[in-house]
Design a protein around this ligand. Structure first.
Ligand SMILES: Nc1ncnc2c1ncn2[C@@H]1O[C@H](COP(=O)(O)OP(=O)(O)O)[C@@H](O)[C@H]1O
Ligand SMILES: [Mg+2]
Length: 349
């Protein structure tokens, strides 16, 4: 049976969000991420005053927190065009050349998943970012010598879930580097209320809060839960999203009290049952769970680390006592004193 997933493929989610019209379009419309918004406000105002393009910007942080949204907001606020692509789509320098030559002064090139660009493309970007010049060698044909090519002064915005995978030379070429962290519950509640307004979903305070607090600090998940709860409310209740309706809808989606889904549970259970609580390497976990390591690192681990259910040590991942507790296992301290595992009372099974 295919595993039910909260986080469906990113492109699919992005398309849905765009069609739902939930993306904020200006800095003023954004909720939360105060530090990022204030920094960008200053940089955008300064660039406009100097009549210069914005410095290159790097956004890093877990998926669904607003990196792509913010790139589009910057283009709106600066009044420039944005061209979007992604790391895996840029296989050769010629792939990025097409974007670069079409950028006018001040325009934005947005590269999502920038940690996944191949090394030759990355090296090609260095001079483009620094001197707005490239030496372009045609892949085929009579010219074997690189042709120098002058570019307009553009702004590169890169987004990545793995800042650590960027090489230092690339990272250093971004003048503005901003980290997106998970949203707190009050901010997420405001996001749910804003989205409910746009989608015309009647939702009361407690209903909005219930969705918010189970959305793993992530607006993308909050919007998706709101949408699913809306359907549930229309079919199973009187259309209004109350705390009870939200709870029933989320339960049906197999989202637990803390917002953890089946994959979160599977990961923690595996560490606890198969690896005695850890430490265990991520590769081994991926193999045991039959799940992509990238998915575990990007979509699953960050929030479990954030809420202290998972600890990362040099030897690998460990489940913490809170994780044992949440999943209904006897705490690990008891394990070491010779007691066997309590029979787990998993809420989701
Ligand atoms: N500051 C914000 N305020 C309100 N909604 C937001 C905010 N940031 C993101 N969102 C919502 O979350 C969704 C996911 O954001 P996105 O930019 O696609 O995340 P990322 O690129 O980091 O994966 C957006 O479509 C938008 O609806
Ligand atoms: Mg994105």
């Amino acid at each position: 049976m295919a595993r039910e997933r909260i986080v469906t493929p990113q492109e699919q989610e992005e398309e849905q969000e765009v069609s739902w019209g939930l993306r904020p379009r200006s800095l003023d419309e954004c909720i939360g991420q105060q530090e990022i918004i204030e920094s960008l406000r200053v940089e955008i105002t300064a660039a406009k005053q100097r009549k210069e393009p914005l410095d290159h910007v790097l956004f890093h942080g877990p998926p669904g927190l607003g990196k792509t949204t913010m790139a589009h907001i910057i283009s709106e606020e600066m009044g420039v065009e944005v061209n979007a692509t992604s790391g895996p789509a840029l296989e050769r320098p010629s792939d990025i050349m097409g974007f670069l030559v079409n950028l006018s002064r001040g325009d934005i090139l947005f590269i999502d998943e920038i940690h996944r660009i191949p090394r030759p493309v990355e090296e090609f970007l260095y001079t483009a970012m620094e001197d707005f010049k490239v030496n372009f060698t045609l892949d085929k044909g009579v010219y074997t010598k690189p042709l120098p090519f002058k570019l307009d002064h553009f702004t590169l915005i890169g987004a990545t879930t793995r800042a650590g995978m960027l090489t230092a030379p690339l990272r250093e070429r971004f003048g503005i580097r901003l980290h997106f962290d998970f949203y707190d519950d009050p901010d997420l509640k405001r996001i749910v209320e804003r989205s409910a307004g746009i989608l015309k979903v009647p939702v009361d305070e407690e209903g909005a809060f219930e969705i918010a607090r189970r959305s793993r600090g992530t607006p993308r998940i909050a919007n998706r839960f709101l949408r699913r709860t809306q359907s549930f409310a229309e079919v199973k209740a009187d259309g209004k999203v109350t705390r009870q309706v939200a709870d029933d809808a989320l339960r049906l989606l197999r989202v637990d009290e803390k917002g953890l889904d089946k994959l979160d549970h599977a990961l923690l259970k595996t560490i606890i049952e198969v690896y005695n609580g850890g430490p265990v390497g991520i590769e081994a976990l991926g193999a045991t769970l039959n799940e992509e390591v990238d998915t575990l690192i990007d979509m699953v681990e960050p929030f479990l680390l954030k809420i202290g259910f998972l600890a990362r040590t040099s030897a690998g991942r460990r489940a913490t006592p809170s994780a044992y507790d949440h999943l209904g296992y006897a705490s690990p301290a008891n394990l070491f004193s010779g007691q066997s595992l309590a029979s787990p009372t998993l809420k989701l099974e």
